[in-house]
Design a protein around this ligand. Structure first.
Ligand code: ZN
Ligand code: ZN
Length: 178
């Protein structure tokens, strides 16, 4: 997902480019997302290019309750500034931003690559406990059947006999003080 920003870098601060992103699938290094839709706006800043992006895509996830593989929708927006490494007018090397700043850079051919920034935002928008649907019934703890496909043949869970005395006591209390 590379964009040549040479001409934008030659324009005055505040100049803008808009792009629409529509891809069947995109490989973000170790992360495959599909389908991929989005829109990006590049704005020339004093030092580089400000990127505002809106992304609507999906990634294959494993449900944390029923273990089914499903397509998890990911929607996010982000704003990041990218800094040139080479002066577009003179071709002179520019000082790199300090490595600890995690700043994104535009390469020596004036290519601004969105792959890494989209990968980072996609990764953090994947839920910690993915669910195929909000009311996923999960797997039967006894036979392992997927309860979303209907009830299994296991008997209903029996009450723990260790609590029987307490249960009787509570029942009699209720009886005493209506
Ligand atoms: Zn599930
Ligand atoms: Zn079962």
């Amino acid at each position: 997902m590379q964009f040549n920003v040479a001409s934008l870098l030659k324009e005055p601060v505040g100049s803008v480019r808009n792009y629409t992103l529509d891809e069947e699938e995109v490989r973000l290094e170790d992360l495959q997302v599909a389908p991929f839709h989005g829109a990006v706006r590049f704005t020339r800043t004093e030092k580089g290019v400000w990127v505002h992006a809106r992304v609507d895509t999906a990634v294959s996830c494993t449900c944390s309750r029923c273990l089914a593989v499903y397509s998890q929708r990911l929607e996010f927006t982000f704003d990041e500034e990218f800094f040139p490494t080479v002066d577009v007018q003179t071709g002179a090397r520019l000082p790199l931003p300090p490595p600890e700043s995690d700043a994104f850079t535009i390469d020596a051919h004036h290519l601004l690559d969105l792959t890494e920034v989209i990968r980072q935002y996609a990764l953090v928008s994947i839920p910690m406990k993915p669910l195929c649907r909000a009311d996923c019934r999960g797997l039967c703890p006894t036979c392992g059947a997927n309860l979303n496909r209907g009830p299994c043949a296991c008997p209903a869970p029996t009450p723990d006999p260790r609590w029987e005395t307490l249960r009787r006591l509570l029942a009699s209390k209720k009886h005493d003080n209506p």
